[in-house]
Design a binder for this molecule. Structure first.
Ligand code: NAD
Length: 497
């Protein structure tokens, strides 16, 4: 176990172009999940702080300091931010690992993706948009896209920088102003991003960051009549709460929520490839990935062989501090989350499922201060069990058996979620037929997990509303206006003089 010593960072909020402490001077401790040590202290936002940030964003939007600058200027800002992320990539990756726990190689990939996302939206913002329509003479109709206004952006802890960037890059590209709230558990790299915004010359008030508890700062943002839209990524329960609250002021909402995604493996798949991706699908990020392949569905004829091979390989995964050389899976993000995941493992056992690998917290060799859990998998499960239906959000897979294509589809679609899903088969026609039947927004054939800035990300059913990334993700942050122009200006004479 590698001991990591860092000076405790002090993190403040960014409101109207100023680094700001909490209005009541409260601070929250930020913990390294590998060691349980404090690594930062973050200003804990209040309702008053949220209101100041909303006001700053409202003023900045209404005065047009960002929405009315040429698109090329906004693109140049986004490109500058991308370059600065690259410049600081090593530091950002190390901080991400310290705060979230993920292995350094995962953090490095996230930081590179974050820079690429800014570049992608820098490219989009200067491209043609809008349409014209041939309507009845003498009218000409056209459609233009405009920013939504003040956007409340609220993100979770599993990809602290990347989830922030998936919202901030398109929102700012489209000319909105924002009030952003990182997860209270992982505010470090989002704060660094706001330092980069400042260095890159963003006008004051355009991007504001308030830290703190969801039920205080988050509610204040969702309730405010001065906020035009909420873009939220997090749990389905929180998403439902936000949607209800946002209804009072009829805000636009975009929700990226939880999942319990199926990974369907047919007997004709390349066996070792399927095992390998099944492990990656669930244990990458210690299972704390919304799209994790947490339900592995395997065709009956290869089921026993698959289960044995999967367990054999899962036991070899090197769990440890994200900064330690050779670590393949890090700790869970917090003590609270550790307890939640361990509780689900107990629920699984009580429901009668059988553990084939893992099932325990790891405490030997100095791991007792961190939040480590063994890569775990259950068999002998049935579809109604809580461990099959509910999002555990940890390194816990359930492996189910199916006999026919129809049964695989039925089991795969048999939860309230619809985020992601995959099919492994060497029969391309069957693979596509099954993928088309999945009620999920993100799918793969003979792969699991790759994500692209170009392609829309989001879920069906209780996994969300709307899409992130790609042109669809840009659309979320825009209003659409029709403009009708009279080309022959004379009285309409509807009423007699
Ligand atoms: P969470 O819902 O507990 O918190 C997410 C964010 O919402 C945090 O910033 C939190 O402070 C805030 N929040 C909490 N209560 C709030 C309220 N009343 N009003 C406004 N904001 C509030 O989720 P989490 O535990 O941080 O993250 C894990 C969840 O996120 C999982 O369910 C996972 O599937 C989901 N997730 C989804 C995606 C996706 O793209 N679909 C991506 C990443 C994570």
């Amino acid at each position: 176990m590698v001991e990591v010593k860092v000076d405790t960072l002090e993190l403040n909020m960014y409101i109207d172009g100023q680094w700001t402490k909490s209005s009541n001077n409260d601070m929250r401790s930020v913990i390294n999940p590998a060691t349980g040590e404090e690594i930062a202290r973050a200003s804990e936002g209040t309702v008053e702080d949220a209101k100041k940030a909303i006001q700053a964003a409202r003023n900045a939007f209404d005065t047009g300091v960002w929405s009315e600058v040429p698109a090329t200027e906004r693109a140049n800002f986004l490109l500058k931010v991308a370059d600065k992320i690259d410049e600081h990539a090593e530091e950002l990756a190390r901080l991400e690992t310290l705060d979230n726990g993920k292995p350094l190689r995962e953090a490095e990939a996230d930081i590179a993706d974050a820079a690429a996302c800014f570049r992608y939206y820098a490219g989009i913002v200067t491209k043609p948009d809008g349409e014209t329509y041939h309507v009845a003479d003498p009218m000409q109709a056209m459609v233009v896209r405009e920013p939504v206004g003040v956007c409340g952006l609220i993100v979770p802890w599993n990809f602290p920088l990347l989830m922030s960037v998936w919202k901030l890059a398109p929102a700012l590209a489209a000319g909105n102003t924002v009030v952003f709230k990182p997860s209270e558990v992982t505010p470090i790299t989002p704060t660094k991003l706001f330092e980069i915004f400042e260095e890159a010359g963003l006008p004051k008030g355009v991007a504001n960051m308030v830290m703190g508890a969801g039920n205080i700062v988050g509610d204040a943002i969702t309730e405010s009549p001065d906020v035009d839209m909420i873009s939220f990524t997090g749990g389905t329960k929180t998403g439902k709460h936000i949607m209800k609250k946002a209804a009072d002021t009829m805000k636009k909402v975009s929700l990226e929520l939880g999942g319990k995604s199926p990974n369907i493996i047919f007997a004709d798949a390349d066996f070792e490839v399927a095992v390998d991706f099944a492990l990656f699908g669930i244990y990458c990020g210690a299972g704390q990935v919304c799209s994790a392949g947490s339900r592995i569905l395997v065709e009956e004829s290869i089921y026993e062989r698959f289960v044995n091979r999967f367990a054999e390989r899962a036991k070899q995964i090197k769990v440890g501090s994200g900064l330690a050389e050779g670590t393949e899976m890090g700790p869970l993000v917090s003590q609270q989350h550790l307890e939640k995941v361990l509780n689900y493992i107990e629920i699984g056992k009580e429901e009668g499922a059988r553990v084939i690998c893992g099932g325990n917290r790891i405490t030997e060799n100095g791991y007792d201060k961190g939040y480590f859990v063994e890569p775990t998998a259950f068999v002998d499960v049935d579809q109604n069990m809580r461990i099959v239906q509910e999002e555990i959000f940890g390194p816990v897979a359930v492996i189910q058996k199916f006999r026919t294509e129809e049964e695989a589809i039925q089991l795969a679609n048999g939860t309230k979620y619809g985020l992601a899903g995959a099919v492994f088969s060497n029969d391309g026609t069957k693979a596509l037929r099954v993928i088309k039947k999945l009620r999920s927004g993100i799918t793969w054939i003979n792969s699991y997990h790759p994500t692209y800035n170009e392609a829309p990300w989001g879920g069906y059913k209780e996994s969300g509303i709307g899409r992130s990334l790609g042109t669809y993700g840009f659309d979320e942050f825009q209003e659409i206006k029709q403009i009708n122009i009279n080309l022959q200006v004379e009285p309409v004479q509807w009423f007699e003089k």
